[in-house]
Design a protein around this ligand. Structure first.
Ligand code: HEC
Length: 147
């Protein structure tokens, strides 16, 4: 009985694997302009992927994880993330630009959410999902547009 079941599995397994491979291949081929701002995690931005502060980064990430401490009243680290014009071209208290458009690796905003360069990771007491950090990186690579 057991060996019969094993034999059936042994015959079906290659077919199952092939079906899975084909299905995965087809979905990649069939959807070449799939946007990555839906956090599908392929890390592969396409022209359809232009992210903006007002349309994506602020409502999807910042308003949820940052504004409790970086809102207009008593902003921590003197950083009010509700006032885009007030911080986007500014330097942090440590003297680094918050954002260098086109260069996420030079942007303290990225260091903070990744917890690199010896600065406390943000949000304080937690951390963003990889897909959210990737969205912030992509937005900065695209020039950090407001709209
Ligand atoms: C629980 C409170 C809290 C939350 C939530 C929080 N922060 Fe902070 N943040 C702080 C405190 C306190 C400081 C100042 C101490 C420091 O520089 O580490 C700070 C400092 C910063 C600085 C440096 C400010 C400067 O002028 O030097 C940045 C950038 C920053 N936070 C980004 C973020 C981002 C982005 C989020 C959301 C992903 C976030 N923070 C969420 C408390 C918080």
């Amino acid at each position: 009985m057991i060996s019969h079941t094993n034999a059936v599995i042994a015959r079906l397994l290659p077919i199952l694997l092939l079906t899975l491979l084909l299905a995965a291949g087809c979905s990649d081929m069939g959807d070449p302009v799939s946007p990555d701002d839906n956090n599908n995690g392929n890390g592969d931005p396409t022209p359809a992927d232009t992210l903006s502060w007002t349309g994506d980064i602020y409502p999807d990430i910042i308003s949820t994880y940052c504004i409790s401490c970086h809102g207009a009243s008593f902003p921590q680290g003197n950083l009010d993330l509700t006032d885009f014009a007030g911080w986007i071209d500014a330097n942090s208290l440590s003297g680094n630009p918050f954002v260098v458009p086109g260069d996420p690796d030079q942007s303290e905003l990225v260091w903070r959410v990744e917890g690199t360069n010896g600065l406390a990771r943000m949000p304080q007491g937690g951390q963003l999902a990889d897909s959210e950090i990737e969205a912030i990186r992509t937005w900065i690579e695209q020039g950090a547009p407001k709209q």
